[in-house]
Design a protein around this ligand. Sequence first.
Ligand SMILES: NC(=O)c1ccc[n+]([C@@H]2O[C@H](COP(=O)([O-])OP(=O)(O)OC[C@H]3O[C@@H](n4cnc5c(N)ncnc54)[C@H](O)[C@@H]3O)[C@@H](O)[C@H]2O)c1
Length: 385
Amino acid sequence: MRIALIGCGYVADFYAATLPNHPQLELAGVADRDAQRLSQFAAHYDTRSYGSNEELLTDSSIDLVVNLTNPESHFEISRACLEAGKHVYSEKPLAMKLEQARELTELAKSRRLGLSSAPCNVLGEAAQTAWKAIRGQDLGEIYLAYAEMDDGLIHRTNFREWKSESGAPWPYRDEFEVGCTLEHAGYYLCWLVAFFGPARNVTAFSAQIVGDKHIDPPLEVAAPDFSVACIEFESGIVARLTCSIAAPPDRSLRIIGEQGVLIVKDCWDYGSPVLLRKRTPFAIRLEKSRVGSRFISLLNRRLPLTRKPSFQFRSAGATAMDFCAGIAELADSITEDRRCRLSADFSLHINELTLAIQNPEQMGTPYRMTSSLDPVAPMPWAADS
Ligand SMILES: NC(=O)c1ccc[n+]([C@@H]2O[C@H](COP(=O)([O-])OP(=O)(O)OC[C@H]3O[C@@H](n4cnc5c(N)ncnc54)[C@H](O)[C@@H]3O)[C@@H](O)[C@H]2O)c1
């Protein structure tokens, strides 16, 4: 399948670096409204640069467009791609407004085109291993999930010096003004929705807690840099998700059941350790004991991953994620004429949840979800035997 990228900024390098993991994807070329960035990126990866988005979209040899623009541009670019008859894989969020995300989903369906949104880390080995343990009843009845997406005090790091492989600076102003919830919540929401099915409602709180991020001129948008949400799934399971760029980095997940606790250390690492602790009478006594609880982690058993992280090509300095796995899943679903695991409905549901967590005052809290989705299938190599 011939693909093209619109947006050649910081994240585009993560895609270019992991593209060779998927030989079914062929890069036809790239476009960006920033001419200098476009030529730098196209020269670095020796690919064609299109003079404009329109020129790219009228190239009939391109099947699928990967939208790697800034979140504010996602809707207009994805809509133009769908209107031009291209399948679309968009960076998250699918859109900044729910009506826009709905419009894209309906447009894709009416034109019988594929539409998917990042993140795709639910397709990785750690997520699939955790999910298999859940399906296998290792935890007994599941009650709760605690998901953490804390990324540390970014404004106290040397973020101004962060550069991608081809030389794009980390777009800190945009990152801070979009906010860590829209940027990061999806990394766990896609796991939770795949594991537990559609959410029924979400009760959220979000706020800006670090007013001064040492940016000159100051930020124009006071996006939340902290949010916490309790999500109730149709299945009755409840999840608490926290996002911040204030608390020390922690990207762990705990899934809590009657018979066991499952722990994933880091959802940004496809090879992350996945641990299981059975809640035996001894373990429950130890959990409750002031001294014993210090040793509780000794009871954790590391589960073998359903397969070794198979991707060979990685992005320099970035997390151990295969950014192109989602594009490959979309392309394969089109070629094989089957439902995509990251379907348009799935992406819309994740987008709706994320917006409800980012904007509880505008959208209301508790917020009743309006979108839903069919069950998601595990990857073939992690299916139940
Ligand atoms: N920066 C990260 O670490 C990171 C990680 C994962 C995902 N993402 C996501 O990737 C997306 C892009 O982020 P980034 O960090 O690469 O941003 P960036 O600002 O570095 O790059 C975005 C590029 O898109 C181009 N662009 C914007 N609107 C356009 C339009 N209408 N037409 C053509 N080009 C346009 C800009 O000129 C820019 O070169 C965002 O959705 C972000 O959430 C970023």
